[in-house]
Design a binder for this molecule. Structure first.
Ligand code: TRP
Length: 332
């Protein structure tokens, strides 16, 4: 029996950080045991907000290199760039013809933007392009094209996957044929528990991130910025109340975390020592992938080749399926 299909869309915006790693990348890579996996770079989704050529190119390569360096095997399952699969855009249009406009009005990214404009007293649709408005229709095509059974997402994307399920169901009912598989959103670990430098959730929008592949010196500087209190070295400290420890615990074995906690409680350990321990741990985990990441980025032709090969493989599925869908609606 073949495995169920899990599909992960990765929007190439910004340099991936430890919050992305723990909340999205690591759990998505672990799905390989139970699922046949599809990973793709959602570059046309990024285009709704990134309108700078260099930024678009470098983010796309960075994101591809990150996933490859952290263990994504392009030979297993599918790995491609959305913009390389024209059938996805064809399907997106087709599905938009089955999508009530009211769904898009309710889509949270659009709604948030309108709410912000209203607060600012500007036109409600200020800064809203049609790509942003119909963003969920493109996601529907991403998801339904590859017959995804599950779609692991963060809470902000759950609504989009529910739209896909709804549209798929309407379409199937309308044509009396089980063309589309009904996808299910699977919630990813709550990233709220991953603290950034200031103790708030690690997020690009708070400017408190630690990027995954920092050079040792940069890493040391970043970790130096983690906010601690002013307890002196000799005083015993509470690991549960410390941002450094919270991060340490997310990466360490239980044994090592317990050992560091004991050092906190014993007194005689300063924040500098705790930060060194975290730095060493992260260095151990990411030094090797960092070399791979750098090697890939130094040879983007290699990434192009991997993605081109992935697209070719994906299109062997997308092309005949799109034909079947066209036939279903009577486009001949
Ligand atoms: N919108 C998703 C995000 O912002 C990325 C994405 C695009 C996606 N297409 C998808 C996620 C399909 C899951 C399935 O993170």
């Amino acid at each position: 029996m073949s495995k169920p299909i899990s599909l992960t869309g990765i929007k190439p915006t910004g340099t991936p950080h430890l919050g992305n790693y723990l909340g999205a990348i690591k759990p998505a890579l672990e799905l390989r045991e139970k699922y046949s996996t599809v990973y793709f770079i959602a570059d046309y989704h990024a285009l709704t907000s990134v309108h700078n050529r260099e930024e678009m190119r470098s983010n796309t390569y960075k994101v591809a290199a990150t996933w490859l360096a952290l263990g994504l095997n392009p030979e297993e399952g599918l790995f491609y760039k959305q913009s390389d699969i024209p059938e996805i855009f064809e399907l997106s249009w087709l599905l938009s013809c089955f999508t009530p406009k009211g769904f898009m009005n309710r889509a949270h990214a659009y709604k948030d933007k309108v709410a912000k404009n209203q607060t600012a007293g500007t036109d409600p649709d200020d800064g809203v392009n049609m790509g942003l408005y119909s963003y969920p229709c493109l996601m529907d095509a991403d998801i339904l094209m590859f017959k995804s059974d599950i779609v692991p997402v963060g809470k902000d994307q759950k609504q989009h996957v529910e739209f896909s399920r709804d549209i798929a169901e309407r379409f199937n009912k309308h044509y009396g044929k089980n063309i589309f598989v009904l996808p299910e959103a699977v919630m990813q670990a709550d990233t709220d528990i991953i603290p950034g430098l200031d103790g708030r959730k690690m997020s690009k929008s708070y400017g408190n991130t630690i990027e995954i592949f920092l050079e040792p010196k940069e890493l040391k500087n970043k970790i130096g910025k983690i906010v601690t209190n002013s307890q002196p070295i000799e005083e015993p400290k509470e690991p549960e109340k410390c941002n450094v420890f919270a991060l340490y615990k997310l990466f360490a074995s239980e044994e090592r975390a317990d050992a560091l906690a004991a050092r906190y409680r014993a007194g005689g350990m300063g924040w500098g020592h705790a930060k060194d321990a975290l730095r060493e741990l992260l260095e151990e985990r990411f030094a090797k992938p960092r070399e791979q990441y750098k090697a890939l980025l130094a040879d983007t032709a290699q990434i192009d080749k991997i993605l081109a090969h992935g697209a070719e493989k994906a299109r062997t599925i997308a092309k005949p399926f799109m034909q079947e869908i066209r036939d279903t609606v009577g486009v001949v």
